[in-house]
Design a protein. Structure first.
Lengths: 107, 393
């Protein structure tokens, strides 16, 4: 069986003036996915520790979410996304313009 | 959902992959609901007024909207995050699909489950230009790389993540909604043979067999990979579907051999000339009184310029080269070009069958909603658009 590539063959779409920002968006989202995986695993460990004692490895691997747990995780995911993407919709000030600086503060 | 459709949890780091999938699905949901709303707000509150100040009129076309939006932070962030989410869909499912389908349990499944439906492949069938070499939906390698079921498994699992919980329990809501529309809107119509064209893994073919259990359901696609997987998928769900590798523009079925020819999210993958060829073939294989039914995105002419721009985003950023050309067409003209009489054309909007009581859906199809902002736009509360024609002289 041939391996399936993880990436498409062509160039990616750029959306920002500086290509580095496109990279940064990817980095942030990939980081978020990694953090989420850790958070979800911790959540499972905590739940399993409550119910099953120290046999955590196999318990985590076989854990099936209850409807209530799924609802809790869904809310946690939503909050996490809201935090990571918290600046979307906010304005940014332009950088200060020093080209015609009228005042020089020396103190 | 069947075990076949799930990653094997016994494999190393399968839990982490499942966590990643649930994250990406949530990210998709956030993009399609919250970020889409933020982008629309930015358009209505700033971008459109700025355009009007400059041009002394609102934007008239989606291209004018698109050009204005491209300069905005709202568009750049929405689009960048949505493209990343799309890439992450595939990255979250490919490793487990490759591992699972390489295992002996899958080889066993290939040989033991042959009692429901059938699978007929045509190795001589050449992939049409609209499929070959196109990584549609940014799916690495495309959905028809070879005849193994791997690409089908990736497609199915990717679709489950992509859907973000908005397309039914087995990503079958479109099929369920369309089949139940026919069941309740045309209560005297009893189809015995149903053909689903461009069916991929058959996720919307299975619902027809479920809704009309006395009917024989056939599903065709040009990709052997999705059909091979779809055959096992349908068997795992306990539903008989006959999968066959075939080009919808050159159907190998005899004249007047089906009561329904159906497609879902298929036409926008075709060049316009091929849509007309497909409809010509559909009319040929339909029995007199048979039904052509297509679930699709709503036509651009029925939408405001912003909504046209929003839906056609996929044309420019999600590897959907035929998307907009299709949406710029008038569906009744395409149907007429296929030989259906103009008076037999109809179109409709339906809510999602999976998320409402059966009785409410039955009432809804008799008083269908009009095309609106939620029509065809995958998000919470999406409504599906469909159109069709009866095969009448």
């Amino acid at each position: 069986m041939s391996g399936t590539p993880l990436d498409t063959a062509g160039p990616r779409q750029r959306f920002f003036e500086a290509e580095s920002i496109d990279h940064l968006v990817t980095m942030v989202l990939e980081l978020a996915a990694e953090v989420w995986a850790v958070r979800e695993r911790l959540y499972i460990i905590e739940k399993e520790a409550e119910h099953l004692g120290l046999a955590l490895g196999s318990a985590v691997a076989g854990h099936a979410f209850t409807a209530q747990e799924q609802a809790e995780l869904a809310e946690m995911r939503r909050c996490m996304l809201a935090n990571i993407l918290r600046t979307v919709g906010r304005k940014h000030r332009d950088p200060p313009d020093f080209s015609g600086a009228e005042t020089v503060h020396t103190d | 959902m069947t075990a076949m459709l799930q990653p094997d949890r016994s494999k190393a780091d399968a839990r982490a992959l499942l966590s990643r999938q649930s994250f990406v699905a949530a990210l998709r949901g956030y993009v399609l609901d919250d970020l889409a709303a933020a982008m629309r707000h930015a358009y209505e509150s700033e971008i459109e007024p700025a355009f009007e100040r400059t041009h002394e009129r609102p934007p008239r076309t989606q291209d004018e909207v698109h050009a204005a939006m491209q300069q905005s932070a709202a568009f750049k962030l929405y689009s960048s995050i949505r493209v990343n989410a799309q890439e992450m869909v595939w990255r979250s499912v490919i490793p487990a699909a490759q591992t699972d389908l390489a295992g002996p349990e899958h080889a066993a499944a290939d040989t033991t489950a042959a009692h429901l439906g059938s699978l007929t492949l045509d190795p001589a069938l050449a992939l049409p230009a609209n499929v070959a070499g196109i990584e549609v939906h940014l799916m690495p390698g495309g959905y028809a790389p070879d005849a193994s079921a791997l690409a089908g498994a990736i497609y199915d699992r990717g679709l489950a993540v992509f859907a973000a919980g908005m397309m039914g329990r087995n990503q079958d809501d479109i099929g369920l909604s369309m089949a139940h529309y026919v069941k309740y809107r045309f209560a005297d119509f009893r189809p015995r043979r149903i053909l689903d064209c461009g069916a991929t893994v058959g996720h919307n073919s299975v619902p027809w067999a479920v809704t009309f259990p006395d009917a024989e359901v056939h599903a065709i696609d040009v990709s052997a990979a999705v059909l091979a997987y779809g055959h096992h998928r349908a068997q795992a769900l306990g539903v008989p579907v006959h999968f066959r590798q075939m080009d919808a523009t050159r159907l190998a079925y005899p004249d007047a051999s089906f009561d329904v020819v159906f497609s879902s999210m298929f036409l926008h993958e075709l060049p316009v000339a091929d849509i007309e060829r497909f409809f010509t073939e559909a009319r040929r294989v339909l029995r007199p009184g048979g039904l052509l039914l297509n679930m699709e995105l709503p036509p651009n002419r029925e939408l405001a310029p912003y909504d046209q721009f929003y839906l056609d985003w996929d044309r420019y950023y999600n590897e959907e080269p035929y998307y907009r050309a299709y949406r710029d067409q008038a569906p009744e003209e395409l149907v007429a070009a296929g030989g259906f009489t103009r008076g037999s054309y109809f179109q409709f909007v339906v809510p999602q069958y999976s998320y409402m009581p059966d009785r409410e859906f039955a009432a809804a199809v008799c008083a269908p909603p009009a095309i609106g902002q939620q029509t065809g736009r995958l998000s919470s509360g999406v409504q599906w658009f469909g159109f069709g024609a009866w095969n009448r002289p």
